[in-house]
Write a protein that binds this ligand. Structure first.
Ligand SMILES: [Zn+2]
Ligand SMILES: [Zn+2]
Length: 389
């Protein structure tokens, strides 16, 4: 476990802030929850100005790089694997293909996410076209999710207004919660269900999203998620998905259902599992506060996120994993400047910047055990994760 503790200011703070033991034995300091002594302007000043520049050529070069690798992997699946002798070797080759293609396509999905933040280029139309194509191809409704995701960025860590991973108080939990999370089997089942079903259920039924007074669905242009200007783009997103589904249907009739599942379906399931995992771990950690309207402000909300280390995947996923704090502060900065900018802003953020390099599988099981609900701390309006039943 490593959390960042930079400088003497932090050492001073250590005496005041609660330090608690994590279930894996490591001592960890909570993120400070009081108003930061720096402003958004101070953070911006610390980052070299070129980091804010978007380059069409550079952005496309990353996309083309990913697409060439995805095409190579596709060739391996269609030509290479069938050429292998039947039996054991093929059984090993398919999971390898799924893991590799799922990871590379998650990188493509991350570029689509970047388009949704207008971080791909200086041209909004180009960003919308590229994002629409990439996300539709991966069965994500581009504009529909872009708008709900913006609300997440506008309201991060707000008890009342955040859009995803909305923190629940103990009183709001269903009665069976301790039975599910109180044992390793329950937690394993929860994690498997979360990685497989959370994304489609969130899109279709707003599962774990902000509660709205009526039925909420990303495919419905009249959903309370959207305002009148956004509805037409929800319809365009739906049309994009229908076009991709129709193409897939044509492929299944020509090449067979199971081939399409093996070549496309499984990697796309891995894409959704990976980014559900990534976003869950960005926003779920014992060290991170949540705020209600008495304390919440945009900057403190943006700081209440955790950078994580996914090892070799950091690079494949364009560092969406280990630069999420920066992404919440400057969402339209391109990914290829995010590492440099994170490094530059860390001295300003001090202990407000959090990074956890616990291996991801271990962190996932630990967070599923420790972060079940939130309860108010000593300070009114600030909430921390707990798991005491
Ligand atoms: Zn986030
Ligand atoms: Zn984002």
């Amino acid at each position: 476990m490593s959390t960042n503790n930079g400088g003497t200011v932090v050492n001073e703070r250590k005496k005041k802030e609660p330090v608690f033991a994590s279930s894996n034995g490591g001592a960890m300091q909570r993120s400070p929850a009081d108003k930061p002594p720096f402003t958004l302007g101070d953070i911006k000043k610390a980052i070299p100005p070129h980091c804010f520049q978007r380059s069409v050529i550079k952005s496309f070069s990353y996309l083309v790089h990913d697409l060439v690798i995805a095409a190579g992997l596709l060739y391996f699946a269609l030509v290479g694997i069938p050429a292998l002798p039947a039996g054991m070797l093929r059984y090993i080759a398919w999971p390898l293909y799924w893991a590799a293609q799922g990871s590379v396509l998650t990188g493509v999905w991350v570029i689509g996410h970047e388009c949704g933040h207008h971080a791909f280029s200086d041209y909004l139309l180009l960003d919308n076209i590229v994002g629409f194509i990439l996300h539709s191809a991966l069965l994500t409704p581009f504009f529909s999710w872009k708008y709900s995701h913006r609300r997440h960025h506008a309201n991060t860590a707000s008890m009342e207004n955040d859009e995803v991973y909305v923190a629940k108080k103990k009183s709001a939990l269903p009665w069976y919660t301790p039975y599910v999370f109180g044992n390793p089997v329950g937690r394993l089942v929860y994690i498997i269900l979360q990685l497989t079903l959370a994304w489609p259920l969130y899109l279709a039924f707003n599962l774990s999203g902000q509660p709205y007074p009526r039925f909420t669905c990303h495919y419905d242009p009249y959903s309370p998620l959207y305002n009148d200007n956004e509805r037409i783009q929800v319809i365009i997103s739906d049309a994009g998905l229908l076009a991709v589904l129709f193409t897939l249907y044509k492929f299944t009739s020509s090449y067979g259902f199971w081939l399409v599942v093996r070549v496309y379906g499984v990697p796309v399931l891995i894409v959704s599992a990976l980014f559900v995992l990534i976003t869950y771990l960005h926003h779920t950690h014992l060290a991170l506060p949540h705020y209600d309207s008495r304390e919440w402000d945009w900057l403190r909300g943006a700081l209440a996120t955790m950078d994580r280390d996914y090892g070799v995947l950091n690079r494949i996923l364009h560092n969406v994993t280990d630069t999420h704090v920066l992404h919440h502060i400057f969402p339209n900065m391109p990914h290829y400047h995010a590492m440099e900018a994170t490094k530059a802003m860390r001295p300003v953020l001090g202990d407000y910047y959090k990074v956890d390099s616990t291996p991801i599988v271990k962190a996932t099981f630990r967070e599923a055990k420790e972060c079940i609900y939130v309860e108010q701390g000593d300070r009114k309006g600030v909430y921390w994760y707990s798991n005491k039943f």
